[in-house]
Design a protein around this ligand. Structure first.
Ligand code: GLU
Length: 304
């Protein structure tokens, strides 16, 4: 299959699309990004990689990093994790409070904000220096020591993170947060503010296409079973309240973030990352979803 040609066709078709969506502005630093950026990068497992557009430009991966923090916590905590966070789609927005009240402080899944904050609480309890150890962990998977979080975005998130403060305090009142709220949120914002290019992101996520093993170094990061479970959560919970629509249109496990990035994998086959900052009402990149829909349509490679 000529993946390079497919990407070129996608780039051409995307460029003629209507300019829909809005850049996230509730984190003021994200609102500064040029809305017209578009990049996509594709990694074939055991093969070549190709990219087009702004595929080499760093962007805020935001909630996509929740897959990586889940992965680290899963290696440390194993299945005990699921006593504190569920694996069901929420059917609500990513920062919703009312379901959490109703379900007594146990978040529906690790990819909504409340669930990712519980994961951060676990990392704070278990790791001596969670920020450094998280960075070390993702740099190893990415095979790239230049991966960092953006301190301006961290500050911007802290200044405006009123709902996250409400979520953590509500969970603390139910006994589902062990540590100091500010310390946990500090780690959470550091994790959300990680920056990567589409190429770096697609390469990092090859791990989940390869049964938990880094393809080039052959290092096993998580078991095959854990990798499969993380992919299952991506499939059912990776797109806020739009996971069904994404499954329907694209048919791959993946995760999006409010920075406009989406990463998706085809187990045993490929990893792909796309970035376009304008989001639809559900918080997913408009052109990102369209590009991936075109990819699985043209290649006939969805998991279904
Ligand atoms: N840092 C963002 C927040 O806490 C993450 C949102 C997202 O990408 O879903 O709201």
């Amino acid at each position: 299959m000529n993946y390079k040609l497919i990407l070129d066709e996608i780039g051409f078709e995307i460029s003629s699309l209507d300019d829909e969506g809005v850049v996230a502005s509730y984190i003021p630093e994200l609102a500064k990004i040029s809305p017209n950026k578009f990049g996509i990068h594709f990694y074939k497992l055991g093969g070549n990689n190709f990219g087009i557009g702004n595929n080499q430009e760093k962007f805020s991966i935001q909630s996509i990093s929740k897959v990586l923090s889940l992965c680290l916590a899963f290696t440390i905590e194993g299945d005990n994790l699921w006593k504190r966070v569920g694996v069901e789609p929420s059917g609500n927005s990513f920062n919703s409070l009312f379901q959490l009240e109703y379900e007594k402080g146990i978040p529906r899944n690790p990819f909504i904000n409340a669930g990712a904050i519980v994961i951060c609480d676990i990392l704070v309890s278990r790791l001596e220096n969670p920020k450094n150890e998280f960075l070390k962990f993702i740099r190893k998977i990415a095979e790239n020591d230049q991966i960092n979080s953006n301190s301006q975005v961290v500050k911007s998130e802290k200044r405006t993170g009123f709902r996250n403060a409400a979520l953590i305090n509500l969970m603390k009142s139910f006994g589902n947060i062990e540590n100091d709220s500010d310390e946990v949120l500090d780690l959470y914002y550091c994790i959300c503010s990680i920056e990567m290019t589409c190429q770096e992101l697609a390469k990092t996520f090859l791990l989940f296409a390869n049964n938990g093993i880094i393809p080039s170094t052959k290092e096993k990061i998580i078991s095959k079973s854990y990798s499969k479970r993380i992919n299952a959560i991506m499939q059912t919970c990776g797109f806020y309240d739009e996971a069904g629509e994404f499954s329907f249109k694209v048919g791959l496990p993946g995760k999006s973030g409010v920075g406009g990035g989406i990463v998706a994998i085809h187990p045993k086959n490929f990893s792909v990352a796309v970035w376009s900052p304008k989001l639809n009402k559900k918080g997913n990149s408009v052109k990102g979803i369209k590009a991936l829909e075109l990819l699985t349509t043209k290649s006939e490679l969805s998991i279904f």
